[in-house]
Structure formats: C-alpha cells, structure tokens
Design a protein around this ligand. Structure first.
Ligand code: ADP
Ligand code: MG
Length: 284
C-alpha cells in the first residue's frame, strides 16, 4: 500500500533553550514530513536535538519558531484543553528509561488499562487490553508486576500502555537505549507489529544507524537540523540519498557527498543560464 496522506509536517522548526544568560539552539530549522501509517526513524548523535523534536511532537514542549501539524492538530497556539486532548487521544509516548513508563504497584494488565481509566473513555476497556496483550504477545505475563519483568518485557508493556487509548501516533525516544542488541531487536519487532496490526504511525528516535533495516524511512539529524533524508523503498531495499533545500533556501549536502567533494574552503554556487557552477569562494 502506498502511503500518501500527509500526517506530520514540521517547517522551519526552531527551539531555543535559555539557560541563565546562555542560549542553546537545540533545533535550527527542522523540516520533517511523515505520512500516515508510516514507520520511520530519526537517527542522530547525542545532542543533535532528537528528544527536543520528539517532545514537541508529543505536545510536552513548544517550539520557539516554525510550524508543526499532526493530523488535524496544529500544535502551535493550542489551548490547554486541546493540548490535553491531543496528548490523551492522538499520541502515545515511550520513554528510554524503562522504569519511567510503568507504575510499579500495578500489574501489566492494570498498567495498560490505566490511560483509558484516566481519559474516561466509554469503550470496552477490557476488550482493548486483550487486543493489545495479543498483539504484543503479553498474555502470559499479564498478571506480573514491573519488578518481575525483564527490561525488554517492560518496554513491550510500555508500548502497550502507549497504545491504550488507540492513538494514531506512537513516538518512541531511544526505546532500546537501555537494552542489549537482541532484546532491542524484539522491542523493534513489536513496534513493527503495532504499525502493521493497528496502522499506527510510528516514529522512533535513536542514535543507532542500524535501525534502518527495521523501518521504512530514516531521517538523519545533525546539529538541530534534519539533514539527509534516506529513503528505504523496501526493508532490504535500495537506498537513495537526497540533499535537501530547506524553507530558508539553505542546501544541505549528504555527508557522503560532502566527503567525496573534498570541499575544504567555502565554495560558491553560481547559477548561470540554468547551469550550476562551483566557484572557489573566500576562505573562512
Ligand atoms: P538528543 O536527544 O539528540 O541527544 P536533545 O534534544 O536532548 O538531543 O538536546 C539537544 C540540545 O539541546 C543539547 O545541546 C542539549 O544540551 C540541549 N537541551 C535539551 N533540553 C534542554 C533544556 N531543557 N535546557 C537547556 N538545554 C537543553
Ligand atoms: Mg535524547
């Protein structure tokens, strides 16, 4: 199935944190588009702005400039009531810290049911929990408490909790960050299963480029910008890399192209009669 419907659109997103007199620019002109029903990943080194972006998409934080739309929601200028509705119904969030996702005094079943109790939904809660337990293969451990679960099991239950209110969007911030490789793989498999079973749009943030085999599309992030967009046409598939011109007119070359070009000093692009020429510019 070709996924065409635009679901997430970020344009020229800036986030500036003020720490005493200093300003930290965490996002500098992020451009992002995600289609409904896609499973994709944002990959970048620590400090590149991934969590900042995800927190904005989750409605936990707001950008300093730019626009963000998720489905019917325009995340800029939402009233408090609307923000609560958005967080409850539209998005589910999975934190890296496994312990942050679950309440220790509730068992697996109760943890998954809790968001529905809070939102006061009138749908059949027990039926929804059953659906989630089956999809994530958690039936056998449904009566256990978080302390009796492995890290991988805890993260799978966290996915279940995030799915409780049937959100359209699932956001996961380094969901495998605290897990070993093989357990991490199982958690990623669960996210894929959710995407396929419920049609949930899944966006995963990670510093691990290895994720490319598990998702349809990878967007890399560097220094607060979404840089090269790598599109994986199928899971083993061929890769195409695109350089991006953002809405400020800045061109971002893929890292590999930049390395190959051996550009050391500033170069100027001169467009003359439709032909682009590289000219040596003034040194920095
Ligand atoms: P990542 O998740 O990719 O590691 P973050 O989004 O957490 O990156 O951080 C991006 C940058 O913003 C970092 O330089 C970080 O120190 C800074 N930053 C993040 N959150 C805050 C905050 N609440 N106050 C000040 N600086 C912050
Ligand atoms: Mg982070």
């Amino acid at each position: 199935m070709v996924k065409e419907e635009k679901y997430i659109t970020c344009k020229g997103l800036y986030k500036i944190f003020k720490v005493s007199d200093l300003e930290v620019v965490a996002l500098r002109g992020v451009e992002l588009e995600v289609k409904r029903g896609e499973i994709s990943a944002i990959v970048g080194a620590s400090g590149s702005g991934k969590s900042t972006l995800l927190n904005i998409l989750a409605g936990y934080d707001f950008p300093s400039a730019g626009t963000v739309e998720v489905g019917e929601y325009n995340l800029i200028g939402m009233k408090k009531k609307e923000i609560i509705k958005y967080r409850r119904n539209e998005v589910g969030f999975i934190w890296q810290q496994t312990s942050k996702n679950l309440l220790p005094y509730l068992n697996v079943r109760e943890n998954i049911e809790l968001p529905m109790l809070i939102s006061g939904t009138d749908k059949d809660k027990s039926k929804r929990v059953d659906e989630i337990l089956v999809a994530l293969d958690l039936n056998e451990i449904s009566k256990r408490y978080p302390k009796d679960l492995s890290g991988g099991e805890q993260q799978k239950v966290a996915i279940g909790v995030a799915l409780s209110n049937s959100p359209s969007l699932l956001l996961a911030d380094e969901p495998t960050g605290e897990l070993d490789d093989s357990t991490g793989k199982i958690v990623l498999e669960s996210l894929k299963k959710v995407n396929q079973t419920f049609g949930t749009t899944v966006l995963i943030v990670t510093h691990d480029p290895g994720i490319k085999t598990d998702v349809e599309r990878v967007v890399s992030m560097r220094d607060g910008r979404t840089a090269t967009e790598v599109i994986y046409e199928d899971l083993e598939g061929k890769e195409d890399e695109y350089s991006i011109i953002d809405s400020f007119g800045e061109i971002q070359l893929p890292q590999e192209a930049l390395e190959k070009s051996k550009i050391k000093n500033r170069v100027q692009l001169k467009v003359s009669k439709g032909i682009i020429n590289l000219e040596k510019g003034s040194d920095e």
